[in-house]
Design a protein around this ligand. Structure first.
Ligand SMILES: NC(=O)c1ccc[n+]([C@@H]2O[C@H](COP(=O)([O-])OP(=O)(O)OC[C@H]3O[C@@H](n4cnc5c(N)ncnc54)[C@H](O)[C@@H]3O)[C@@H](O)[C@H]2O)c1
Length: 388
């Protein structure tokens, strides 16, 4: 199943790490550590293999992909020996990265993206293209009446107003070009009624939002523990320190607010109440792609006895995110091939702020994911585990 993976933000840290990783896996130069789709409970015949994946994307910056990969190697995010060994493969992907459209009306920019996607699919003879948003986090969207209805939205896009943020413009273009869409960021993406209606009308699946890779991943394991033991969480405060492009973007208060909102949802929805405390994200340039999260939880047990838990997480953000980007592209492609349409709520396992989430508990999300993927494998004509 030849599958295009179109990365919005193709020259960013997460995108570059995903591309380097997929090329290395295809060439057998590395092991699939961190790839959920390579676990025995998930792998199988429905998923495109790493060799089936073809990469392209949009980005406004022009820094060559090889230079971005070298910078990530220098920062210790990816091994330098892989970047050197994959120079020719990276040059091939470079040819499929297009400048992010700018200027003109939103409708003209959508048409540009649709044309780029169609061209990519035709040139590589792809069965399908999954569009994955890994671009810079946007501020929370300003509501607009046209967000409610596809016809009103189409009319508004023809005008001069910026009726959609870029993540939603890409989602609109993806659906128009018959591509499934995954939002790995906290941005608005497909989370507007008009876009949900468009996806359903065109029979396309979509997934999101905001990859769960660090502090929130740990929260989604610990919060259900407190709930199941009927312990009362009194406060939960977290501080995240990070650098890199994502950290620089999140230094902007509007983008920061969108991310913090996404990170805090797990607690209220798992515990059924909101403990005191906030999550903070601070930009520390020196840390680059490595993030430190420190959380302090105070809680009460039997007879109100007060206790506390602290944890510190030191993660390499892009190395945690990239295998999930590959997992999501593979599973979403399989879901599309099986005829799935609308929000893929069963992929909540991957996200901080999942679409239509029935639960934020990682354990329950894992069970749902395994059941969903087993159904895809059964529909693809086999349930035997096989290497992807
Ligand atoms: N790394 C993680 O663990 C993790 C987890 C969850 C979510 N995310 C999200 O993934 C996204 C990418 O993170 P990153 O570390 O790669 O950031 P980054 O800053 O390195 O990369 C973002 C890229 O998006 C590009 N971009 C900006 N506007 C664009 C547009 N209109 N069209 C196309 N491209 C555009 C930028 O030029 C840049 O190359 C962020 O939104 C981040 O919040 C990351």
């Amino acid at each position: 199943m030849r599958t295009g993976v179109w990365l919005v933000g193709a020259r960013g840290s997460v995108a570059t790490t995903s591309i380097v990783g997929a090329l290395a896996l295809r060439s057998g130069l590395t092991a699939p550590i961190g790839c959920v789709t390579e676990l025995p409970q998930v792998r199988g015949p429905a998923l495109p293999s790493f060799s089936d994946l073809v990469f392209g994307g949009h980005d406004p910056v022009l820094t060559p992909l090889a230079k971005r990969a070298e910078a990530l190697a220098a920062a210790g995010v990816v091994p330098g020996r892989l970047v050197a060994a994959l120079a020719d493969d990276l040059a091939v992907v470079e040819d499929d990265i297009r400048p992010a459209p700018s200027g003109g009306t939103p409708a003209e920019r959508v048409a540009r993206v649709v044309a780029d996607l169609a061209d990519f699919r035709r040139r590589h003879d792809l069965d399908r293209v999954v569009v994955v948003n890994v671009s810079a986090t946007e501020p929370v969207v300003t509501p607009h009446p046209a967000h409610a209805d596809p016809a009103a939205l189409a009319a508004a896009l023809d005008g001069p107003d910026e009726v959609l943020p870029p993540s939603s413009l890409y989602a609109y273009a993806a659906f128009t070009a018959d591509c499934p869409y995954v939002d790995f960021t906290p941005s608005t993406g497909a989370r507007l009624p008009a876009l949900a209606a468009l996806a359903t009308h065109r029979g396309l699946p979509y997934a999101g939002h905001d990859g769960k890779t660090g502090e929130t991943l740990v929260k989604s394991v610990l919060a259900p523990m407190f709930a199941m033991r009927n312990l009362q969480v009194r406060s939960w405060s977290g501080i995240n320190l990070l650098g890199g492009g994502d950290g620089a973007t999140l230094a902007d208060p509007a983008a920061n607010a969108a991310k913090v909102e996404s990170k805090q949802r797990v607690l209220g929805e798992t515990l059924g109440y909101h403990p005191q405390g906030d999550t903070r994200i601070d930009y520390v340039e020196e840390l680059g792609d490595f993030k430190t999260a420190w959380d302090l939880v105070t809680f009460a047990g039997f007879l109100g006895t007060g206790m506390r838990l602290e944890f510190t997480w030191h993660g390499c953000d892009s190395a945690l995110a990239a295998p999930l980007v590959l997992d999501l592209a593979r599973i979403t492609a399989a879901a599309h091939a099986a005829g799935a349409s609308g929000p893929l709520a069963d992929l909540a396992f991957f996200f901080k702020d999942p679409l239509d989430a029935a639960t934020h508990s990682l354990g329950e999300q894992w069970t749902r994911l395994c059941g969903f993927v087993a159904g895809l494998h059964a529909a693809a004509g086999g349930t035997d585990a096989q290497a992807g």
